[in-house]
Design a protein around this ligand. Structure first.
Ligand code: TRP
Length: 336
């Protein structure tokens, strides 16, 4: 146990999780649980960065994310589920690290820049500008060695390494330099074919969607817009219907057959979409059932969070004792 390397990764609770989360992150996290000591963080402080005006949504999403995690097979007996605001040392460390983080580092961060540009002016808060520092604190607080994240988070990880190095150099060795773990993860476009699946785009299939909702969403999915009739040859590449089929089947001869016939204009969209609905519902059915079970047995959900939070607090306490000591704050009792 003790010798396992530590992983921290997180999610902003701003909605229930969808197939994109599964393909891009959860699938990978599930595999990591045996080999590493994992901290899976529900970053509700960070959710305030762009949802400070919708705290009801954050409150509900904390529960939804926990249920989704349990339903897909993240295991609270192996891993720690942590709610950020229950470990307020996150806020303390974030504040302390803000003093050694150069403004320019934030100003140059391309992910932050992009997100700021797409926020309406009245929502661009100081807290939002600072959120990469809060994310660095998330990672450094459990002194994580590895952080599994997608490409878009790479600039934040680069900053984490620089800040860890700077802290260690200035005040003394406390933090390992966290490495990015880019696993074998995929990316799913939205059902509208526009960019990636994302709640803010309204183009998602939720892990908790009902069978009928899935069928309805798949029926309305974007395909090749030039194929206005079933006998017109279509494009398979970049077509979300085939992208999903590839993500949720393996060496399926039917999928091969569909692709060939689609390219030749020998098959209607409806036949392929019905097949995709079935595949997705087959995948989601056990997840829905498990989610239902945990919703009805909420005490298990609570216990999972209690345990994860309690472990995270212990680790946080150790780290912060060291940090305060190295930064020579909270020290009047040790003067003489
Ligand atoms: N910013 C991440 C996202 O939007 C969520 C997150 C918060 C995170 N804290 C983290 C990711 C720490 C990795 C490590 O997906």
């Amino acid at each position: 146990m003790e010798n396992k390397k530590r992983i921290l990764t997180g999610i902003r609770p701003t909605g229930a999780l969808h197939l994109g989360h599964y393909v891009g992150a959860l699938h990978n996290w599930i595999q990591l649980q045996d080999e590493y000591e994992c901290y899976f963080l529900i970053a509700d402080y960070q959710a305030l960065s762009d949802h400070f005006h919708d705290t009801d949504l954050i409150k509900q999403s904390v529960i939804d994310v926990t249920l989704d995690w349990l339903a897909v097979g993240l295991d609270p007996d192996k891993s720690n589920f942590v709610i950020q605001s229950y470990v307020p040392e996150h806020a303390e460390l974030s504040m302390l690290l803000s003093f050694i983080t150069p403004l320019g580092m934030l100003e140059r961060n391309p992910t932050l820049k992009g997100e700021l540009d797409s926020l309406p002016i009245e929502q661009r808060s100081a807290g939002f500008f600072n959120y990469p520092i809060s994310q660095i604190a998330d990672i450094l607080l459990p002194r994580a060695h590895l952080v599994p994240v997608g490409e878009d988070q790479a600039p934040h990880l680069e900053m984490s390494r620089e800040i860890a190095r700077k802290f260690n150099r200035m005040y003394g060795e406390v933090f390992p330099e966290p490495e990015t773990l880019i696993g074998k993860v995929g990316r799913l476009s939205g059902i509208d074919g526009k960019g990636k699946m994302s709640k803010s785009q309204g183009n998602v299939i939720l892990l908790s969607d009902s069978k009928d909702d899935v069928a309805k969403k798949v029926r309305g999915m974007y395909t090749d817009p030039n194929r206005i009739r079933a006998n017109i040859p279509g494009k398979v590449e970049g077509n979300p219907v085939f992208q999903y089929l590839d993500a949720f089947t393996e060496n399926d001869p039917n999928v091969q057959d569909f692709k060939e016939r689609y390219r030749k204009g020998n098959i209607g969209d409806v036949e392929i979409k019905n097949y995709l609905s079935d595949i997705l519902n087959e995948f989601l059915e056990p997840i829905r059932n498990k989610r239902n079970y945990y919703e009805k047995n909420f005490n298990i959900v609570e216990e999972s969070l209690d345990k994860g939070i309690s472990n995270a607090r212990k680790v946080a306490d150790k780290t912060m004792t060291l940090v305060r000591e190295k930064m020579k704050i909270s020290t009047y009792k040790n003067i003489w």
